[in-house]
Design a protein around this ligand. Structure first.
Ligand code: TMP
Length: 254
């Protein structure tokens, strides 16, 4: 195994220098955190499943014209992505009230929203990822008005497409968080979907039973956490062939 330069370690992923200039290797860990790192744990096999689930969703999105950073999956826990400059915003799309939205507006979890609502949060752990407005974003230069418009369009298209895709496998897409990056090609800059889309970053409820099949099982100590991620992968048809036995995987290599 050749040694690779570790560029960044986040809560759920490690980024390594890629094999060609302008590429990055995303390594998916089993580590899970919640409430801005206050709760920490391990979800066995999560990294393998999120690698596959995110690959699947990003490839499907690219097919309908939402540009992404994804290049190809390399192995059980790693995928090759294009190097982008991450825009420091978490773009959240909500279809049904849940989580912080339910708390902020005192609306029962599970209440359908009159229309899909898009929110922006600043990616800043020290500030606890505060909710921000378009005014804050443009005034502080986190993104230009034009970039923000594009992100909004991509977020809504992603939502429409993923809602349909998940309904097809009996899941309700309650809400999700996505991140975008600036991809520089020569002098041109394009905004593309980056990071990951997985049960870490989505709320997915079984359509029939409302059972939660996402990271809320970890956040709220509901048990059967790894099983929920496996179920999402199974329904999407991307559960590794050898099944859950195969998902322990190697330790991070540098
Ligand atoms: P929230 O209701 O806690 O604001 O979460 C909204 C959505 O964003 C939910 O699908 C979980 C996801 N999310 C993340 O991916 N990362 C985070 O740090 C937070 C707070 C939420």
């Amino acid at each position: 195994m050749t040694r690779r330069r570790r560029l960044y370690e986040g809560k759920a992923k490690v980024l390594f220098e890629g094999p060609e200039p302008g590429t990055i290797v995303q390594y998916f860990k089993d580590d899970a955190t919640a409430f801005n790192n206050q709760k920490q744990g391990v979800i066995t096999g999560k990294g393998v499943l999120n690698n596959r689930i995110s690959e699947y969703l990003m490839v499907r999105l690219a097919e309908i014209g939402v540009p992404t950073h994804f290049v190809r999956r390399l192995n059980m826990r790693e995928q090759l992505v294009k190097e982008v400059e991450i825009i420091p915003l978490e773009v959240v799309v909500r279809n049904v009230a849940a989580g912080s939205f339910s708390q902020r507006f005192k609306i029962d979890e599970g209440t359908p929203l009159p229309r899909s609502i898009v929110e922006y949060y600043l990616k800043n752990d020290d500030l606890g990822d505060p909710l921000v407005t378009e005014e804050h974003i443009t005034a502080f230069g986190w993104a230009a008005t034009q970039d923000l418009d594009e992100m909004l369009q991509f977020a809504l298209r992603t939502n429409d497409f993923l809602c349909g895709l998940f309904v097809g496998v009996g899941l309700r897409l309650v809400d999700f968080k996505i991140e975008f990056g600036r991809l520089w090609e020569e002098e041109d800059m394009r905004i593309v979907l980056a990071d990951e889309i997985s049960p870490d970053s989505c709320r997915l409820w079984d359509i029939g039973t409302n059972e939660k099949l996402d990271k809320d099982r970890f956040r709220r100590d509901l048990g059967q956490v790894a099983e929920a991620y496996q179920e999402v992968a199974r329904r999407l048809g991307v559960l590794p062939e050898a099944g859950p036995i195969d998902i322990k995987g190697p330790k991070v290599m540098q």
